[in-house]
Design a protein around this ligand. Structure first.
Ligand code: GLA
Length: 733
């Protein structure tokens, strides 16, 4: 076995050295990001219960920058503390990528079954390589089972200008017989030894996505995930762990996010003998067995990790920066203000009512007109037509061109809604291809929203899907596609692939990515929005192929602040699509001022979704004014650094965006309800240049950044649902 890694060249990023170091005696690798270090070791032998075990991959260090010499010493000291007590294995919690088998009792990242039902991996290090390409450093540690033909490559990638460490593995069957995989996580993240661990995570349901929860983890395993075939409304693949003392502004936070848009699972495991690991990857309990055929490989999705030292706010800004630089395509462009017709016309779309809405949308300053559901096949309600992607000739007798031309004449781009992964049983597509849906033979094909899920794991379905959308985009001047997905997986059967049905969980997502990638390549001017009944498919995997996400079908201003606060823990405002809709809202029938609804939606990519035909002239004028104001500050909101000044509450809450050069900032402040005549507190800002002076719109005084940080901005909000947008500009002497 030859270990080939040597030190690869350093990048200088903002004066920081970024790269990979290697000590070939101790077999320790050190990844250096601009602000952190991460080390693993694969000592030639380690002793466990008096037995010498070869090639155990150990986690050594993750945190503030250290040297390679530090990492080598830590690796030695760590092992000197190992327990030799019976009933325990020192490998538990200490390994970088724990496999099932041998002297291990903690949850494994990899569980495989070989011939003869051997459910144990014993691997050897077979090679390693470190490469450096276009600002990215990649480390690959290659292992192979000592007897069975399974190779496992453990990958790491660090990229310019970010402390995010990307991890994934590749499992390859190098033999001639099938290997069954029960679990292949992308990574196990090992935390430092702390007295206590607090988990932050995101929960929700339809209309109530990405709500932040914090809870202490005691010994045992906390699992979360999705078994619905999509990322889900119910949990989002992100975690953050701190020792219970971190705040928005201070403290060590370890966080991680999975770039995957299908079922997934995280397990945060706090061991009774000490230590904490978070394992995560694709698939849930129905994942296995995944049958890896001879010569086949499975690449797991990236599970990225980030250590930050300045609280939850800095952790979020780290993720935003990473997403903007390395995940989203075209992140440096501004997203337009869109109008979407769903809440106005529902399924009753036609040329006339869409043109009428378009005229109003243009009047208030919208730049993109998006026609939602109901334009195709026999889709005049949600019982029929899904799958038949032909323009409905009764509603659009001359096709979409007259509407699109009118939208262009009004100065807007045109966008359209599709839901390509779905079919109504009452459709030509289903009548022709009843076998194209997930189903089990002899079992009911249960419907949800009167629809079934197409088996996109099949390549013929993927090709059909690409062709439908390619035709739509080739025949019409469409610049925006809202890609919806309104039904989760049930009856996950694939009868024509009966010997490997579990593959549908992964192949569906890979083919979805494939269709999106092909469409983007064929139609580079078209932007895509990921929607799944609102925010059911928001993750770093889909963000690599879309331009924005529909955050939630819930557009109630006060609810949205909570959803947006959770969303912002990981994802950037640049991708957060928000609409202003009508009141009373259909979920929480309350009345909230138009201005407040706008201010809530201005915290991301502003859109309008109300029924403009019902808006008064005064409301349209107010909307026009607010949209004009948004356009002036949107590059700050969409590309600036986000500071959550005060979390959503019944009282005062606020978010702030600061440009990278700190010359401009935007504050959006909201008052839920005033109580007992109390004035809301002064709003302390963040992230400004303390010595620079700033002028704040709507205020007579000029303050220094220091004064704004320490004394604050005396926002004058009162009553219920009051709100304000303040634009701060640096005053040059
Ligand atoms: C989902 C979406 C909505 C709308 C409808 C159309 O619910 O989240 O925004 O597009 O589908 O059927």
């Amino acid at each position: 076995m030859a270990v080939r890694t040597t030190r690869v060249g350093d990048d200088r990023v903002g004066g920081d050295r970024v790269g990979i170091d290697y000590d070939d005696e101790a077999r320790v690798w050190l990844l250096r990001t601009p602000g952190t270090a991460y080390a693993v070791a694969c000592p030639p032998e380690v002793t466990v219960h008096r037995q010498q075990l070869p090639d155990v991959l150990l986690h050594v260090y993750w945190g503030a920058p250290v040297t390679l010499a530090d990492a080598v010493q830590i690796a030695t000291v760590q092992r000197s503390r190992w327990s030799r007590r019976g009933f325990e294995s020192p490998l538990d919690g200490a390994e970088e990528y724990p496999v099932a088998g041998g002297l291990r009792f903690a949850r494994p990242a990899l569980a495989a079954r070989f011939a003869g039902d051997v459910r144990s991996v014993e691997w050897r290090l077979t090679g390693s390589s470190a490469t450096h390409d276009a600002g990215a450093h990649e480390l690959t540690l290659e292992f192979a089972d000592a007897y069975f033909p399974l190779a496992v490559a453990v990958h790491y990638r660090i990229q310019a200008g970010t402390d995010v460490i990307e991890r994934w593995v590749t499992a390859t069957n190098t033999g001639s017989a099938v290997i069954e995989l029960d679990r292949v996580d992308s990574a196990a993240w090992t935390l430092p030894e702390w007295d206590s661990y607090r988990l932050s995570h995101l929960i929700g349901r339809w209309g109530a996505e990405t709500q932040l929860r914090r809870q202490e983890l005691t010994e045992g395993t906390f699992t979360t995930g999705s078994r619905r075939g999509i990322t889900s409304h119910h949990a989002n693949p992100w975690f953050a762990l701190d020792d219970g003392t971190a705040t928005e502004q201070a403290g060590s936070v370890y966080s991680g996010a999975l770039a995957w848009s299908g079922s997934w699972e995280f397990a945060a495991q706090r061991l009774a003998q000490g230590g904490m690991q978070v394992l995560g990857g694709l698939g849930h309990t129905d994942f296995g067995p995944y049958r890896l055929a001879a010569g086949e490989s499975l690449d797991t999705p990236v599970f990225a990790g980030l250590y930050t030292s300045d609280g939850f706010g800095a952790a979020s800004r780290g993720w935003h920066e990473y997403t903007l630089r390395h995940v989203l395509a075209n992140a440096d462009t501004n997203r337009p203000v869109l109008y979407n017709s769903w809440e106005a016309t529902g399924f009753d779309v036609n040329e006339q009512n869409q043109m009428a809405l378009a005229a109003k949308a243009a009047r208030i300053g919208c730049e993109l007109f998006v026609m939602d559901d109901g334009w195709f096949g026999s889709r005049v309600h949600d019982h029929a037509g899904l799958g038949d992607w032909r323009v409905n000739p009764d509603r659009f007798p001359n096709g979409l061109t007259p509407l699109i031309d009118e939208v262009h004449r009004l100065g807007m781009d045109f966008g359209i809604w599709v839901e390509p992964e779905m079919v109504n049983p009452d459709s030509d597509l289903y009548r022709e291809h009843p076998d194209w849906v997930y189903h089990f033979p002899e079992r009911t094909r249960h419907q949800m929203r009167n629809q079934l899920v197409l088996n996109l794991a099949r390549l013929d379905v993927a090709d059909w899907m690409f062709t439908q959308l390619d035709n739509l985009l080739s025949d019409n001047d469409i610049r925006f596609v809202k890609w919806d997905m309104n039904r989760v997986f049930t009856e996950p059967g694939w009868p024509s692939n009966a010997d490997n049905p579990a593959r549908l969980w992964t192949d569906h997502v890979h083919n979805l990515y494939g269709v999106l990638d092909r469409l983007r390549a064929a139609h580079p001017d078209v932007a895509f929005e990921s929607c799944s009944g609102g925010g059911g498919r928001i993750d770093l995997g889909i963000l690599a192929r879309t331009d924005q996400v529909w955050t939630s079908d819930n557009t109630d201003g006060p609810d949205r602040l909570i959803i947006q606060d959770g969303y912002s823990q990981l994802y950037p405002a640049r991708a957060m699509s928000c609409w202003v809709t009508d009141v009373p809202n259909f979920l929480d029938p309350r009345t909230v001022p138009l201005r407040y609804r706008f201010h809530a939606a201005m915290a991301g990519v502003l859109g309008v979704g109300g029924d403009l035909s019902e808006w008064s002239d005064a409301e349209l004028d107010e909307a026009a004014e607010l949209i004009a104001q948004y356009k002036k500050v949107r590059s700050i909101v969409q590309h600036g650094r986000l500071y959550r000044l005060r979390a959503p509450s019944d009282g005062l809450s606020a978010v702030q965006y600061v440009t990278r050069d700190r010359t401009q900032a935007v504050v959006l402040a909201y008052l839920g309800a005033q109580r007992f005549g109390q004035r809301p507190p002064v709003l302390r800002l963040a992230g400004l240049d303390p010595t620079a002076r700033y002028r704040a719109s709507g205020f007579d005084v000029e303050f220094t950044g220091a004064a704004l940080h320490t004394f604050g901005l005396p926002v004058r909000l009162q009553g219920d649902y009051d709100s304000v947008l303040v634009h701060l500009t640096r005053v040059d002497d």
